[in-house]
Design a protein around this ligand. Structure first.
Ligand code: TRP
Length: 331
């Protein structure tokens, strides 16, 4: 049995990309593995965030986890900051990672560029260390993440190898990345050359489907997706990026191959196809959102789940931390 671990940062609005890349996949692991899924709330502090907003996002994520079918009886669901051991491990392992390695992390470099000369906290630089600690603390084998987090998991793998070589033993389990099967990236509907991720630009934001959008808005966004002057529903990411993106979305929701979509919509116009895409998305998203709303309103239940999850997670975290503290000579 493998141990699977993943988490999501409660930093902002969640998109259809988050749904397909994370929420929709995580529950598939819980039947045959030991699954640990958490809310990466400490990581959310790496960029400025309002306390009330952060707090509300934390509950959103746990409610989305539950709505997606993660069962607290089968999966350890918890909040990163409840596990104090992670911060101790972070303080230790930060000494085993080189400045150069962290400077090469794509996400860090992008943030530095984006934030320009603004003040940047140290946490954004050391972000991958804490992430590695999340992974190590539960002896994780498999870490399902989106493409943007792959480099961080690979770094964790390198750190584990280095640590084990230094102390001559298997003290840290080597983690492996698992990228989502529906691996096609979902692109922005207005600008299909960019990823569908949260944007502050209002024009671009119209091409992003947020999980909090209502049915009407989602339908409207899909119906107004940018396409091309051709009329055929054919997969061609280079010349027809808009239609190809819609095909990918349709494929993901209907679990069909591209060729099947082309066959189904042969001779159909873009309007008909877009309507079918909207139907496919909403058929699944509406019940998901309804479940989310029910869980989200039950804060007492969510707090209880966090509490139970923390006590289960800490039992393991405690042992792993003890093992590492002993090997470096602290205990
Ligand atoms: N960095 C991840 C994100 O941006 C969240 C995360 C933190 C994580 N620690 C992790 C994911 C450990 C997988 C494993 O969403």
């Amino acid at each position: 049995m493998s141990r699977v671990l993943s988490g999501i940062k409660p930093t902002g609005k969640l998109t259809l990309g988050n749904y397909l890349g994370s929420f929709r996949n995580f529950h598939n692991y819980q039947a045959e593995n030991e699954t640990f899924i958490f809310v990466a709330d400490l990581h959310a502090l790496t960029l400025p965030i309002e306390p009330d907003y952060l707090n509300s996002n934390i509950y959103d994520i746990i409610a989305y986890y539950l709505a997606s079918g993660l069962d607290p009886e089968k999966t350890v669901l918890f909040k990163q900051s409840d596990i104090y051991e992670v911060s101790v491990l972070d303080t230790i392992l930060i000494n085993y990672i080189y400045m150069g390695e962290l400077s090469r992390m794509i996400q860090y470099k992008e943030k530095v560029k984006e934030l320009n000369n603004a003040k940047i906290g140290v946490g954004i630089f050391t972000y991958p260390v804490l992430m590695a600690c999340d992974i190590f603390l539960y002896d994780s084998d498999i870490v399902p993440v989106g493409e943007d987090q792959r480099q961080h998991v690979e770094l964790a793998h390198d750190i584990a190898r280095r640590f084990n070589a230094r102390y001559k033993g298997e003290y840290i389990k080597l983690p492996h990345t698992a990228l989502p099967k529906a691996g096609k990236r979902i692109m922005n509907l207005v600008d299909p050359s960019r990823k569908m991720s949260k944007s502050d630009d209002s024009a671009i934001s119209k091409g992003v489907i947020y999980l909090e959008d209502n049915e009407k808005t989602i339908r409207k966004k899909i119906m107004s997706a940018v396409t091309d002057s051709d009329t055929k529903v054919i997969y061609d990411p280079t010349n027809k990026p808009g239609i190809s993106n819609l095909i990918n979305i349709y494929c993901a929701f209907k679990n069909v191959e591209v060729s099947e979509v082309e066959k189904r919509f042969e001779g159909a116009n873009y309007g008909t196809f877009k309507k079918a895409v909207a139907d496919a998305v909403l058929e699944e998203l509406i019940p998901f959102k309804e479940k989310f709303n029910t869980y989200r309103q039950n804060k007492a239940l969510l707090d209880q789940i966090f509490k139970d999850g923390a006590s289960k997670a800490r039992k393991i975290a405690d042992k792993v931390l003890d093992r590492i503290m002993k090997v470096v000579g602290l205990r």
